[in-house]
Design a protein around this ligand. Structure first.
Ligand code: GUN
Length: 284
């Protein structure tokens, strides 16, 4: 039976540390500020955004949630971002994706000042991550690295397999594992003989958006399995991309869904907002 990596509990510990740091910043008159923009009425996005606001409040970050109607034009959205770029009380800006179809997410991300791009989605920030000189780390991959470190799981020299090549998770995850000296393989929807590759993994990160796709016979005995999936099964129950009941019998460590990677993603957003505030005030 594997050890369950408890993202909820770890998040609570890490958030307490951040709350302490924010108290210290407050003594210097600094209150980190985050603006979260949501366009339209996507139900899942609304929940994510609400949770981000609650998390900010928990640790003492000022947050402003800007809800815009789905008819908002790209220019209107970019103009809102330009105002936020100039505001001294806002250190981080995040535009929740997905956006309505008539808005180009690349153009929107490009309009966010790289110094306030706490998602680390902009070309400048992605480039900086690539060369190991990051300004911010993308929240989900950074949360996974933090979980591995907090559970004393060594990455150096390990065979790491990432399933998924998205800009938000798969690609930056591979990069961060490589920066930690893992030997990294990226698999995706066109990969042949997927199970042959995943069975080699010491650390397997799964971000493929397929409910319970990864079964026990795809996992090496003793592997560390990180499940980024967040799906609803046929009964409407939340589940990951990994068949937890099966895989937890062979893995040494495994993240559950919910309560694994998800809470750490928001925690890393808090971290990036604190980092932005410190930099904007010349502390770091
Ligand atoms: N939608 C789903 N995950 C994310 C995220 O990490 N950042 C933003 N901006 N939108 C998301």
């Amino acid at each position: 039976m594997s050890i369950i990596i408890d993202g909820k509990q770890t998040s609570a510990v890490v958030r307490k540390e951040y709350a302490e740091e924010i108290k210290e910043l407050a003594k210097k008159g600094i209150v980190p500020g985050l603006a979260v923009i949501i366009v339209g009425d996507d139900a899942a996005s609304a929940i994510y955004v609400r949770n981000k606001g609650i998390a900010c409040q928990q640790v003492g970050i000022y947050s402003e949630i800007i809800e815009l109607p789905k008819e908002t034009t790209q220019d209107e959205l970019i103009n809102r971002i330009k105002v936020l770029n100039e505001r001294k009380d806002i250190d981080g800006i995040l535009v929740q994706v997905p956006l309505p179809k008539h808005i180009d997410p690349k153009a929107v991300v490009a309009s966010i000042s790289p110094a306030k791009d706490v998602d680390a989605f902009s070309e400048v920030n992605v480039g900086k991550i690539m060369i190991g000189n990051h300004y911010f780390l993308p929240c989900t991959p950074a949360g996974i690295i933090e979980l591995l470190k907090r559970y004393n799981i060594e990455i150096c020299g390990k065979d790491c397999v990432v399933i998924g090549r998205s800009d938000i998770v798969g690609k930056p995850m591979a990069m961060l594992l490589m920066h930690e000296n893992g030997t990294v393989t990226i698999c995706h929807s066109k990969t042949r003989n997927l199970a042959d590759i995943t069975r080699r993994a010491d650390i397997l990160v799964v971000a493929m958006k397929k409910p319970r796709y990864v079964k026990a016979d795809m996992v090496k005995e003793g592997a560390v399995v990180i499940d980024v999936g967040m799906n609803r099964d046929a009964e409407g129950k939340l589940c990951g991309d990994v068949d937890f009941d099966e895989v937890s019998k062979v893995a040494s460590y495994i993240t559950p869904v919910p309560g694994g990677v998800g809470p750490m993603t928001i925690t890393m957003l808090l971290k990036n907002t604190i980092t932005a505030a410190k930099r904007n005030h010349g502390i770091e």
